[in-house]
Design a binder for this molecule. Structure first.
Ligand SMILES: Nc1ncnc2c1ncn2[C@@H]1O[C@H](COP(=O)(O)OP(=O)(O)OP(=O)(O)O)[C@@H](O)[C@H]1O
Ligand SMILES: [Mg+2]
Length: 145
């Protein structure tokens, strides 16, 4: 439900970074985001494709789901075209964002996912700029209100 709430408040240009160890729940959170955003499809893990793109009925907006796990350098980011996606209009959700830290814009919403038990997770959000602060405050209103 957290992901869904987040998905409803996102707009073109927003960047969400999902940080957490293997199996923390990054892709699961992305599925919630996509559902809240009204994506036409349920996301699969982009581990081998690096990036998946989703659409929705309501408008021409796009949602990108990036898995940076296999990327090691800023040069990789350019050669795979991720720099174009980061610069393009759309919502961008990134798993393993620490792998491409050097090329990320400043104003991202960073989510840290901690495994706190077999079926328990703790989510810590940090807003790194004004737009991210707005997203976080919209999320709080949605999620708690
Ligand atoms: N919010 C949650 N609460 C409890 N369990 C969860 C939650 N989110 C995910 N899980 C469980 O954690 C497991 C891994 O989830 P997921 O594939 O989303 O992790 P991931 O962080 O994307 O992993 P990877 O690093 O391999 O990409 C799944 O079995 C899922 O059931
Ligand atoms: Mg994953």
């Amino acid at each position: 439900m957290l992901g869904r709430s987040l998905g409803t408040v996102l707009q073109d240009g927003d960047i969400i970074c999902l940080s957490g160890t293997l199996g923390a729940g990054k892709t699961s959170l992305m599925r919630g985001i996509a559902a809240g955003w009204n994506a036409n499809e349920r996301p699969t893990s982009p581990t081998f494709t690096l990036v998946n793109e989703y659409h929705r009925q309501a408008d021409a907006q796009r949602l990108f789901h990036i898995d940076a796990y296999r990327l090691n350098s800023p040069e990789d980011v350019c050669s795979t075209g991720l720099d174009d996606i980061l610069a393009a209009y759309g919502v961008v959700v990134i798993e393993w964002p620490e792998r491409i830290r050097e090329v990320l814009p400043v104003d991202v919403l960073w989510a840290d996912i901690q495994i706190t038990g077999d079926s328990d997770r703790a989510f810590t959000f940090s807003a790194r700029g004004p737009r991210s602060q707005q997203i976080l405050s919209d999320l709080k209103n949605r999620y708690t209100g």
